[in-house]
Design a protein around this ligand. Structure first.
Ligand SMILES: NC(=O)c1ccc[n+]([C@@H]2O[C@H](COP(=O)([O-])OP(=O)(O)OC[C@H]3O[C@@H](n4cnc5c(N)ncnc54)[C@H](O)[C@@H]3O)[C@@H](O)[C@H]2O)c1
Length: 279
């Protein structure tokens, strides 16, 4: 079934949609004539997306929203209710990268990333579920990352928050069985966006590694968002888009000891840095 046939009221709310994947998704919905509530920590970014959404044939509204604040996220649900009488899809997309060696990561950086990447998604689900239950229909899309499955070294804070998002999404899928409320969790590997602009790290090497991963990335915001649109339509739980993510996922599931031995060796021997060109 076509996504607009499944949701004829055509109303989507996207957090962190002032840039990258969120903006690309907003434009995909706009091209189908959807109403899009664009929200971001930075209102000017949201307004820029709103302009693009309107030019592309959608109807955009923008709002400032810090997903680390419950009142801000609840406010998004209230705006959707007031302006459109509800919403069909919430995409909990806003996220930041935080990496480093365990003992060096400041506690305040753990709190910062947990508040945005994990609590932000929890708030999004909690704010929109009562509306979806009342309507009897809706879809939650949570943007996690392959990092939540792969658990690469020196990426603790990012891995932990994204694993939490995967677990929350799986739990909701169980809780919402038998309803018309869909749940999708998205687990891409690297694709080029402005993600690293807000990165927190403990050593320049981690930044260089991320840049190396971006250089070899096998996806784009466009290809990831195409997969997401298809998965909403089919109510798929997991969106594991790129081939490398699929490979890591299968290895960890079916041969976990070999997976940790191989990946541990690739990291500890310096092979990973050699391949990525990290000095
Ligand atoms: N780019 C990648 O390689 C990649 C890979 C896997 C997962 N992801 C995930 O995709 C999502 C989107 O990231 P992106 O790559 O498009 O990055 P991006 O930086 O281009 O976009 C993220 C947006 O979120 C906003 N944001 C940051 N903190 C916020 C907050 N507290 N409240 C509201 N908005 C906030 C930023 O202003 C930005 O506009 C994130 O959850 C990210 O973890 C990205």
């Amino acid at each position: 079934m076509n996504i607009s046939k499944k949701y004829p009221n055509k109303r989507v709310v996207i957090t962190g949609s002032g840039s990258g994947l969120g903006q690309t998704l907003a434009l995909k919905f706009a091209k189908l004539g959807w109403k899009v509530l664009i929200s971001d920590l930075f209102l000017d970014r949201a307004k820029e997306t709103e302009k693009l959404v309107n030019e592309a044939g959608g109807q955009g509204i923008s709002a400032q929203c810090d997903v680390a604040k419950w009142e801000d996220v609840l406010n998004l649900a209230q705006i959707a209710e007031k302006k459109w009488g509800g919403a069909d899809i919430i995409i909990n997309n806003a996220g930041v990268p935080g990496v480093g060696i365990m003992e060096d990561i400041p506690i305040k950086d753990w709190q910062w990333i947990i508040d945005i990447n994990l609590m932000g998604v929890i708030y999004g689900c909690k704010a929109f579920l009562p509306m979806f239950k009342k309507q009897g229909i809706g879809h939650i899309v949570n943007i996690a990352s392959a990092a939540g499955i792969v658990s690469l070294a020196e990426m603790g804070p990012y891995n932990v928050t994204k694993a939490g998002v995967i677990s929350l999404s799986e739990t909701l899928r169980m809780e919402l069985a038998g309803t018309k409320i869909g749940v999708t969790v998205v687990c891409p590997t690297f694709f080029k966006t402005n993600l690293m602009d807000q990165a927190r790290y403990t050593d320049e090497k981690q930044l260089a590694r991320a840049q190396g991963f971006f250089k070899f990335s096998l996806g784009t915001a466009n290809s990831v968002s195409r997969h997401i649109m298809r998965s909403i339509k089919r109510n798929r739980l997991y969106v594991v888009t790129q081939i490398d993510a699929k490979l890591y996922w299968k290895m960890k599931r079916y041969i976990p000891y070999i997976y940790f031995k191989v990946m541990g060796f690739v990291y500890s021997s310096g092979l990973l840095d050699k391949v990525l060109g990290v000095k």
